[in-house]
Structures are given as structure tokens and as C-alpha cells.
Write a protein that binds this ligand. Sequence first.
Ligand code: FRU
Length: 521
Amino acid sequence: LGYTEPYRPQYHFSPKENWMNDPSGLLYHNGTYHLFFQYNPGGLEWGNMSWGHATSRDLIHWDERPVALLARGYPDTVTEMYFTGSAVADVNNTSGFGVDGKVPLVAMYTSMYPVAQDLPSGKHVRAEQQSQSIAYSLDEGETWTTYDVENPVIHNPPSPYEDEFINFRDPFVFWHDDTQKWISVTVVAAIHKILIFSSDNLKEWSFISEFGPYNAVGGVWECANLFQMPVKGDPSTKKWALVLGLNPGGPPGTVGSGTQYFIGDFDGTTFNADPDNIYPDNKSANWMDFGPDFYAAASYNGLPDGEVIQIAWMNNWQYGALIPTSPWRSAMSVPRRLSLKTVNEKVTLLQQPQQSWRTVADHNASKHSWKSVSEGATSLDSPGKAFKIDLSFADHDSDDSLSSTFAIAIRASSDFKQETLIGYNFTSKEVFVDRQNSGDVSFDKTFASLYHAPLSASANKRINLQVFVDWSSVEVLGGQGEVSLTAQIFPEESATAAQLVSTDGVTEDVRLQITGMGSSH
Ligand code: FRU
């Protein structure tokens, strides 16, 4: 209970206390969604990296479980940290970890060794080395046994990348049905490469291919994941998506962390991006989210074929350790269901909220429509501090003597000196989130900014926006979900006013629905 501190997310996952970063192991098994995450059991900043654990039956009501993998040596001198990885249910017991017919859950993670040491497996690791290791659980993820007789199972990066041993991490493991093999996708972060490994038993791994560098290569590449989905309206075509984090080096207008994706094919050995997904001179990228607070996105293992749900860390390394929350830091994004659809002649990743948000939503949404919203401000009833917005309006050309921008101001003070604006610019054809005056922006000089994403009108010439607002975040999905903007905000508790703002002229045929959101705690 509790979860009522200032800024505490009401329907997004956040740990009861302490620091959290990446989702590290998203696994659906036996009707339970597991969420493992990077966790510091001893503080509000990054350190002592361990795997925290939470479970849910519906992806919205979460139950925080005991720490799954506690940094070795903690609370004394830590000799091994458990960095980001992934988890699978080894239903055929290929690993042999299963006992008496119990399906072993197997986690693959990066062992980060702060000091040089000789391990129980006889392997020697150097100071700050990163290697890939495994652990298993026979009790539905409650307790874990690290595979110490062999760990790390991928000791060093393969030739010719041996020198990258302090930047080799984030194994994303999954079962590849066509070749009946386990695949693990890792990064050599500093040189912007993905290294792919395969295995029969999760214990012995062979290096089979590499990918990159392509497109966005600012900062390091981290947290890659690879999955297959059908293309909507074309059920015979299945494509693969590779999603990865960049830090720093996010989309234009952001500072710090960002997430890009590539659509292509994977044959069990090599991932090849489609030619129209590779931009010359690293000048462009497919951005998964155009906001500042969507990083280390990870997809669920164990879902029915073709279903993909992702959760991302809703924070940014630029200021992650400075956000004004206590006794926890960081929340996860709303779980998002991904699909592929051809939009503007290109296979595009779409994101839609996973539907279980409805279980915490008010039954009566407030609905309004206007033939025309006048220039200037139009007041709205206060929607409170946590709610969902569905806003749509007619598109128009900028020379139509209609509005130049149209926005909804939320989490605003009564004088609107404090507000977060979410809207559309008809000239640049962009959705925007403006958090310049969103509340406490003082903790980092880059925080008070405006973010934008290209969005063209739907076939019936409308702009459609869906926005999830929680006590300290906004997530905007535009169109059919082809653009997303995620941003944290830290407004005053009393800032609950809202209004529409049409600039330089009227905005036509506006429909607004606001649904109050309750708490999932
Ligand atoms: C990404 C990351 C990962 C690493 C983890 C450590 O946010 O830097 O690459 O495994 O965080 O906590």
C-alpha cells in the first residue's frame, strides 16, 4: 500500500523503493507476466546492480517480489553485478536444469565484474569485464541459482572484437522455432555492433553473425532485442524487428538516451535490414519514440506466436539520477502491443497500449465535440492527475487561415504558468510535447524542452492522439501508433487544470474524450 508520495506513478510500475533502470527479463509463463529489472537494493542511484522482480496477471497490477539476483557480495564488497539480460522458459529442458518435470526458467544476463578475479568455473576475468552468464529458477522465478560451474557462458567477445570486453553486454535470448535453436543477441556497445550467438542448450554458445553500425550511432548501442511479427493486412508476410538503445544519441531535439529500430529478416543466422531501412551516412534512423524518456525497450518472451509486447524504462541517463522522486527512482512505460503495417509504402512499427489499462479506468469518460474550437483558450473541467486523453481533429494546410497549432494543456496551475502542452503543428506536420513549464525542471538544464515527431493525417484527414497521463509522465501515441512521445513531468500536486489552445485561428471538428485513471496499487 502507500504509493501516494508526490509524483508516484499510479498505474505504471515503479519499485516501492530504490533505484530502477532497464527491464531485464520480460517473460510470460503459466499465466504470469514476470518483470525483472535493473535494481539497486541499497540506494536511490545506480549501483549494486541486481535483478529486481515483479509479477502481474494483467500487466497493470504488479506485485513486487523479492530480489531475484542480488549483486554478489552485497552489502559488502560487490564482486559481480547482474546487468541487463532476458529470460526464457526452457519447456523442453534443453539445459537439463529441469528436475522432476519442472520447467526451468533460465535467465541470461551480463556479469559485470568490478575487480579482476578467478571464478569458481576456473575462468579468469579482468577488472570491469562484461561477460554473459546464466541462472535458473525451478520455482516460477522466485529464487535463482547461478550456473557457477561454467559461468560466464560467453566469456569474451569473439575475434576480432576481443578488445571490447568492457563493453560487451545485454544478451537478449529467444527460441528460434525454424532452426530449433536458442538465439542470443548481444551488443559491443562502443563500436555499434550487434553480435548474434546460437545454442542448443543455453550453456554452449557459438558466434554466428554480426550487424552494424547503421543509422543512429551517437553514443553506445545497448539493449538490443529481435522479434518477428506478421505485417497487418498481409498475413503471409512476417518480418523481423531489431530494436536497440542509444546513449547518448536519441532523436533530434532530445538529449541523452533514445531508441531506434530496423525492420528486416532473420534466417536463424543473420539479421538483414531491409534496404529502405538503412539510411546513408548515418543521417537518419527509425525512432521508436521521439520523446526523452523511453529507453532500454524490451519485448516479452513466452507470448503466443506473433504477439509482441514491450516495456521500456521511462527515464533518461542524462538526468535519471536527479529526478525529484523519493523513496524510489524511475518507472516503466505503459506496456505496448507492437504490430507492423505498411504506412506511406514502408513497413512501420505501430504501438498501441496493452488493453488492461481499462481495468483501472473510470467507467464514465467525459466526451466533448466542437465543430470549431475558437482561437485562444477553451477551458475544460479538471481531469485530475491521472487520466487518458483521446483527442482528434481535422487536419488543414497552414495557408488555410486556420490555426497554426492546436494543443491540450494539462497538469496546469490555475493561471497556466505551469502546464504541459501536447499538440500538433499544422505547418511542420508534427506532434509535440512541450514540458518547458511543466513544473520542477530545475534539476537538469536540458529537461525543460519541447519534443516533436512527424505525423501525417489519417486517410480521412484527421489527426488522432492518444495520451496517457500519470502523476509524473505523459505518453503520446499518434495516428495508428506510428509515432510515440514519452516524457516525464514533475508538476505541483495542485496543478490539475486543463484547457484547449488553438493558435492563430480556429481548429475544426474536434473530438475529445477524457477517461479518469485510478490506481493499480
Ligand atoms: C542500459 C544499461 C545496459 C546495462 C545496464 C546496467 O541502460 O547501460 O547496457 O546492462 O544499463 O544497469
